[in-house]
Design a protein around this ligand. Sequence first.
Ligand code: GDP
Ligand code: MN
Length: 331
Amino acid sequence: ARMLAYSPSQIRESRLKPENTGRVLPVRAAFVILVRNSELHELRATVRQLEDQFNQRHHYPYVFLNNEPFTDEFKLHMEWATSGDCHFGLVPYDHWSMPLWVDRVRAKWAMAMMGSRVPYGDSESYRKMCRYESGFFFRHPLLADFDYYWRVEPGVEFTCSIPYDPFQYMVDNGKLYGFTISVREFPLTVRTLWSTTNAFRAAYPEYIAPNNTLRWLTTSTGGYNMCHFWSNFEIGSLAFLRSPQYTAYFGFLDRAGGFFLERWGDAPVHSLAVAMFLDKSQVHYFDLGYYHKPFQNCPTDPDFNEHHCFCNANRSMIHNEDSCTSAWLAL
Ligand code: GDP
Ligand code: MN
């Protein structure tokens, strides 16, 4: 096939989005997308849906992050697909690696033992990704000027129009974390996450919110019920992730090595932090049209009919026995 050439001047010119020059955003917020060059076309489809359903009316900027340099082709396609300014960042090596204190032999053994028993059981790069999304993306310099983030992944779909501004909703209602799907974790991947978290709570009792929601995650015998917010969709406060309590918690977990000695996901890590550090009133269930393989959220509220959804509300995750959202709402 013939290769297209993408010249630096072409990229520079495409960056000039005159409609954004001098524009002041109502909220200092951005979409944050960790993605590989090879996922360009899946992401194009996702970003076009996000623009059509929401951002064409708002022009929020995008921050793309990658552990390898983005290609010119990737950058140009993203500039074309979006109506907000695009920023392309490289993840520093320290943020994308197995820390030196993690026992290499035990880590190798853990990957071999999990193998294909759980998704990505044998993947070292997936573990680096989970550690990065747990503890580092919010420290990237490209996010320094933002207060809120909306996480997006290649391949996800936005199946309803979003006729209001979720970022503005967060600000106006004092929300610090928003989710749309909750699900249960594979126990093998988090064998000691709960006990390590209990050790953290014992060491830092002053960090635990009086009106916390740990009961949402606790079994009748005091263990972890595996519930978590599915973190491929998140709208959240960066100040929350940068807070002393969150960074202390991440550091504590990272020291314990479970991102590699097990396969701790960023979803349970974020969820445990939200449950410990926030009030229930600071967390919001966004009932949006959203699909990430293999689950979806489709609004069941009839008022949403006017939002031109193309999802099937009967298939919404909220009806699935592995969803924890009804239990969350009933807290
Ligand atoms: P899943 O949703 O748990 O199946 O995992 P994904 O493969 O979707 O990965 C989660 C997010 O991290 C997605 O946005 C991916 O594009 C991104 N991601 C995963 N692995 C890598 C990687 O090695 N490099 C980069 N740059 N992004 C990655
Ligand atoms: Mn994904």
